[in-house]
Design a protein around this ligand. Structure first.
Ligand code: PBG
Length: 370
């Protein structure tokens, strides 16, 4: 049998007296250390990490990662109509609200210290077309809701979704021509949608479509029209993930044919995220986002190390649904698993987290830090 100390790098061998546990006359690996006749009187352990874990006060002092409501963005689903609050079956605890009910929901979030929201519309099927033209229509209730929210809660940060899919009869984020999702002809559509959203008063726009060049195209269109203060939260590394299922259920926005692999990133790739980050930065993004979050903690970390812009992470619907399902089955404790999950995304390097648990986190931990 190989002696235990053979696995220890040389410089450490002298630090820890591993010889005590070595195979030989003095004892064997079958023997417990305390049975070893050669145990010295003085412990050689100068370093004892447990000293810093022994009380809540000490643990508090040395806590490296903090989370507060100001780091959270709460995604909200809005649909046209009156007095609707319908639960998403694949994401229990999360609802689609009609406009008036949504305002009430935002008010209760604001009272908990949550100030940041990203809004997604569920659009009636008959309003969808191939060019997503309803997205900039005067009759688009989504734009009206944004006006109402900013009028009633001017201090909140309201973020939009820029992509064709909620409005597209093809269910894709870009324009479909002969089965192909065409890039450059999608850009003017996204710009038109963006201008309508900026005009409605959104503080930041969130291009989630993954077309090449869209951040720069939108930035220029905004600046030309004088919307220099409207920010861009770029979905920088958005992966073609299986984790968006409940979101697509909520909005009925799944692609009618094909998948999103020709524009969203390949889950196998990490370095490619640096290319996207560089482009979005050059094109004028104000924040860079990684999406999903938990399955891509390494990508969050990579971007954090390589950009000076704030990094956001989208803890997406499927990731939240998995945790909820396990908790609802009694297999995990929501009270512990949920905050640990959000903390892990922060620890990986996210400055900001978009999560469907934002309100529940705020209900438990309020404006104070955890
Ligand atoms: C689409 C969009 C999606 C999400 C946000 N914006 C779905 C998709 O790309 O198909 C998913 C968010 C979630 O799953 O929580 N523009």
């Amino acid at each position: 049998m190989t002696p235990l100390h053979a696995a220890v790098p040389l410089p450490l061998r002298s630090l820890f007296k591993f010889d005590r546990f070595a195979v030989g006359e003095a004892g064997s690996l079958n023997r417990l250390p305390h049975q070893n006749t050669k145990t010295p009187k003085h412990t050689p352990m100068l370093r004892r990490p447990r000293r810093n874990r022994q009380s809540a006060a000490i643990r508090g002092m040395v806590t490296e990662t903090h989370l507060s409501t100001e780091h959270l963005i709460f995604p909200l689903f809005v649909l046209d109509g009156r007095n609707i609050r319908s639960e998403i079956h694949s994401l229990p605890g999360i609802y689609r609200f009609s406009p008036e009910n949504l305002l009430q929901e935002i008010e209760s979030c604001m009272n908990l210290g949550l100030t940041n929201f990203i809004l997604f519309p569920a659009i009636a099927e008959h309003l969808k077309d191939t060019t997503a033209s309803h997205s900039w229509s005067e009759k688009n209730f989504y734009l009206q809701v944004a006006r109402d929210i900013k009028k009633r809660f001017p201090e909140c940060c309201l973020i939009s979704d820029v992509a064709m899919d909620p409005y597209s009869s093809d269910g894709h984020d870009g324009l479909v021509r002969d089965g192909e999702i065409v890039n450059d002809d999608t850009l003017p559509i996204l710009a038109r949608m963006s201008l309508a959203q900026a005009e409605a008063g959104f503080d930041m726009l969130g291009p989630s479509d993954m077309m090449d060049g869209r951040v720069g195209y939108i930035r220029e269109a905004l600046d030309e029209q004088g919307f220099t203060k409207t920010g861009i939260l770029a979905y920088t590394a958005k992966y073609a993930s299986a984790m968006y299922g409940p979101f697509r259920d909520a909005l009925d926005s799944a692609p009618k044919s094909g998948d999103k692999k020709s524009y969203q990133m390949n889950p196998a790739n990490k370095r490619e995220a640096l290319i996207e980050a560089e482009l979005d930065t050059m094109e004028g993004a104000d924040m860079l986002m990684v999406k999903p979050a938990l399955h891509y903690l390494d990508v969050i970390h990579l971007l954090k190390e390589n950009t000076d812009l704030p990094v956001a992470a989208y803890h997406v619907s499927g990731e939240c649904a998995m945790l909820r399902a396990a908790c609802n089955n009694g297999w995990l404790d929501f009270e512990r698993a949920m905050p640990e999950t959000l903390l892990s995304i922060r620890r990986a390097g996210a400055d900001v987290i978009l999560t469907y648990f934002a309100k529940e986190w705020a209900q438990r931990f309020g404006a104070k830090q955890m």
